[in-house]
Structure formats: structure tokens, C-alpha cells
Design a protein around this ligand. Structure first.
Ligand SMILES: NC(=O)c1ccc[n+]([C@@H]2O[C@H](COP(=O)([O-])OP(=O)(O)OC[C@H]3O[C@@H](n4cnc5c(N)ncnc54)[C@H](O)[C@@H]3O)[C@@H](O)[C@H]2O)c1
Length: 385
């Protein structure tokens, strides 16, 4: 008989993230056997009955629902996991918190700061465990970057540079709105690349380098009109197709960020580089198990960029996986996030980023969009601890 406690999951949305999260819940008990909580795939919810039933069978969910309100009302569910487009996050999260369920939510927390605030209030009032899937923090090489910075290896930090480049919306024939292209519809997404791609870069940046104080941004919408899937009519495109911004961090360093869906040849090139007085680090999602590291304190004759293959048992998370030298991938960042959530639950601690912390990222996104619109510098109002 196992002494483990069941954590009964109700997942909403079976798209891309529905799959990464389902995979994470299934992998955790195998690779993190010491955790006290055991995730149970109790129910999955989406609107199309035939498809949600097939998903439930494929991933091993015990049951399914076609109305998320029914899922939230069920008393055999402990935690609601939100994998729907951005405009659905707030309503589901608030209802779940009011029903006393824990909430795990995809990023960005919401479309705007104003929409996110009642989500933060609801989880705090209910006193329930909550987290937002800014999963890149849990790529072992990125976690190692955090350890090196916190250990003071870089010294004073001068520069933080990040890019997130894609090329999938270059065709003017691509519609906006509806299934598959909700990211191009401002009503569903809240913004374009800022909330979708830069939100990741901002979360990682503030986690590694502290709060972002103020921003100056430029955005562009290259394709001005697209057919809307819902109306069949050509409508104005109101998302940002590309966004560049620079900023000051609270620690005095300068940040430079770029995200676009118009960088031909790049599918998901997320990179960052940090330059400090003693050392620099850089990371690239396309080679996610490596952390590049340059330390000026090395002996001058052998000084140079090291390529650290983050696969050894004493490096973050890697004792849970294979043998040194063997890499893990993108999906494991979600396994780590679920494992950390369960561990935090066990210890009665918050699992970062909480809704409150994700709200700080939301503030930067909003300041970026306001800055671009007003062609002026904007204070973010971020309070990063
Ligand atoms: N953490 C990451 O790296 C990452 C990556 C991709 C997407 N995301 C985020 O995850 C969320 C989902 O994105 P995705 O790529 O999985 O989208 P997707 O389009 O692949 O899937 C969305 C799912 O939501 C379902 N859905 C929509 N409205 C619904 C409703 N009213 N009731 C029930 N289900 C509903 C759809 O049927 C679909 O299954 C977004 O917030 C997105 O920003 C995060």
C-alpha cells in the first residue's frame, strides 16, 4: 500500500499545452518517486465531445467534460490546470479558486494587468496553491545559470539580452482567430508576440537578473488585415507581429529584447546572454542542454568560452534522469514544473512563479505595449523580490 496522497487533476484544453502537461503528470511518478503527492489524471475538458473523449483515452484520463464549469464544480477534483487560450484564463482560474481548487495556469497569466489582478486576489483569498507555467526556468541549463548568478560568479551585471524568434505568420493568407490561429486575434490573445514570446523572456530575465524598472519599446504589425476565421471577413489585425524593447533593471543593468514571428528560418529561437564584470553566460533553446560560460578570472592563456553540457547528476534536475552525457528535452521542463509544484505542496510553500509573481511579468508586458503606442519610456511598477 502506498502512503502517497492523490492529487486529482482536472485539465482544461487538450491542445499543445494540454499534451505537455498531461505528459508531465504521467512522467512525474516514475522519475520523482520520492514525492508525497501522486497526480491522478481525473478528467480532461474541452468543447468537442468526440475529440476530448479520444484525448482522454489516449492520455489515460479517467473521465472527460465538455463544460469547464462542470469540471470546476466536481468534488473529485483537487487542482484545475488551465491550458486554454489567454482570454479564458481569468474566468476559469477565478471560478476554480472560489471552488477551493488549486490552480495551475498557462502563461501569460491573462491578457492585461487589470484582468490578472482579480485572479491574484482570488487565489490569495482562497489560500490555495497556484503556479504559472513559465517553464523555461526549469530547463536544467537555465536553472544552472540562476545558480551561477546567485553564487556571484558573474559579479556586477551590465547587460541582459534576449531574443525569441519565429517565422510562422509571414503568409498573408493565414487567418486570424479561431482554432489554431487564436494567437493572431487580439481578443483571444490580448497581444501578439509581447504576451506570447516576450512574456517568457521577461519572466526568465527577472528571475535571473531582478526587476525591470522602465521600458522603451517599438512594435510593428506587418500584415495589416487578415480574414477572421469566425466571420470569414477581412479584418484589421491588432496584435503586435514584432516587438523590440530596451529597459533598465533595478540592479542598474541594461536589457535588450526582441521577439518576432517574421524572422524567416527561425521556428523557436529563444536565446539569452548576460554579461557581468567577471563572467558571461549564454543559452539557446535549440541546444537547450548547453550553457555557454566565459570567466575572465581563468588563466589568460586558456581563457575562452566553455560549453557546459548540463547532463551530470550534480547539475539541476539531472540526477532524476539518465546517466551523465545524455540530454533531456523541452518536455522535461514541464515535468520539472509539476514536480516542483508537488514538492512545494508537500512543504507548504509557494511554487514560483505564483500568480502574484506572474502578475509582475504582466506589468512589464503592458508597459512595453503602452510605450510602443505612446512612443515614450514607461515605468513598469514592478516590485520584484
Ligand atoms: N509555457 C509555454 O511554453 C507555452 C507554449 C504554448 C502555449 N502556451 C500557453 O498555453 C495556452 C494554450 O496554448 P496552446 O498552444 O496549447 O493552444 P492550442 O490552441 O493548441 O489549445 C487550446 C485548447 O483550448 C481549448 N479551448 C478553447 N476554448 C475552450 C473552452 N471554452 N472550454 C474548454 N476548452 C477550450 C481548445 O479546444 C484547445 O484544446 C495559452 O495560454 C498559451 O499562451 C504556453
Amino acid at each position: 500500500m502506498s502512503n502517497k496522497k492523490d492529487l486529482r487533476i482536472g485539465l482544461v484544453g487538450y491542445g499543445f499545452m494540454g499534451r505537455t502537461h498531461s505528459n508531465a503528470y504521467r512522467r512525474v511518478p516514475n522519475f520523482f518517486p520520492d514525492l508525497q503527492y501522486n497526480p491522478i489524471l481525473k478528467a480532461v475538458c474541452a468543447r468537442n465531445e468526440e475529440r476530448v473523449k479520444a484525448f482522454a483515452e489516449q492520455w489515460g484520463y479517467e473521465s472527460f467534460e465538455t463544460d469547464w464549469r462542470k469540471l470546476v464544480a466536481r468534488d473529485d477534483i483537487d487542482a484545475i490546470d488551465i491550458c486554454t487560450p489567454n482570454h479564458m484564463h481569468a474566468e476559469i482560474a477565478i471560478a476554480a479558486a472560489e471552488a477551493g481548487k488549486m490552480v495551475l495556469c498557462e502563461k501569460p497569466l491573462a491578457r492585461t494587468v487589470a484582468e490578472a489582478q482579480p485572479m491574484v486576489d482570488a487565489v490569495e483569498k482562497a489560500g490555495i496553491a497556484n503556479t504559472v507555467y513559465y517553464n523555461y526556468r526549469r530547463v536544467p541549463a537555465v536553472t544552472l545559470a540562476k545558480q551561477l548568478i546567485d553564487a556571484g560568479k558573474l559579479g556586477k551585471i551590465f547587460h541582459y539580452r534576449a531574443n525569441f524568434l519565429q517565422d510562422w505568420t509571414i503568409s498573408p493568407e493565414l487567418p486570424q482567430g479561431g482554432e489554431g490561429t487564436w494567437r493572431l486575434d487580439n481578443d483571444a490573445a490580448g497581444s501578439g508576440v509581447t504576451g506570447d514570446l516576450l512574456a517568457h523572456c521577461i519572466d526568465t530575465a527577472m528571475w535571473l537578473n531582478g526587476g525591470i524598472k522602465d521600458v522603451s519599446a517599438v512594435t510593428e504589425t506587418f500584415i495589416k488585415e487578415r480574414v477572421h476565421s469566425k466571420t470569414g471577413e477581412k479584418q484589421k489585425v491588432t496584435i503586435d507581429d514584432a516587438c523590440l524593447f530596451h529597459c533598465h533593471f533595478d540592479n542598474g543593468s541594461l536589457g535588450l529584447f526582441e521577439a518576432t514571428r517574421y524572422a524567416r528560418g527561425h521556428k523557436a529561437l529563444y536565446t539569452f546572454e548576460i554579461n557581468g564584470e567577471h563572467a558571461s553566460i549564454r543559452w539557446d533553446l535549440h541546444d537547450l542542454s548547453r550553457l555557454e560560460y566565459f570567466d575572465h578570472r581563468d588563466e589568460s592563456v586558456e581563457r575562452g568560452w566553455r560549453s557546459i553540457h548540463v547532463t551530470d547528476g550534480d547539475q539541476p534536475y539531472m540526477d532524476k534522469w539518465w546517466v551523465p552525457g545524455l540530454s533531456i528535452g523541452y518536455e522535461h521542463s514541464f515535468v520539472h514544473q509539476v514536480a516542483d509544484f508537488l514538492k512545494a505542496l508537500e512543504e507548504g510553500k509557494p511554487c514560483s512563479p505564483t500568480f502574484k509573481e506572474a502578475q509582475e511579468t504582466q506589468k512589464v508586458c503592458e508597459a512595453v505595449l503602452e510605450s510602443a503606442k505612446s512612443r515614450s519610456w514607461k515605468d513598469t511598477g514592478v516590485e520584484w523580490k
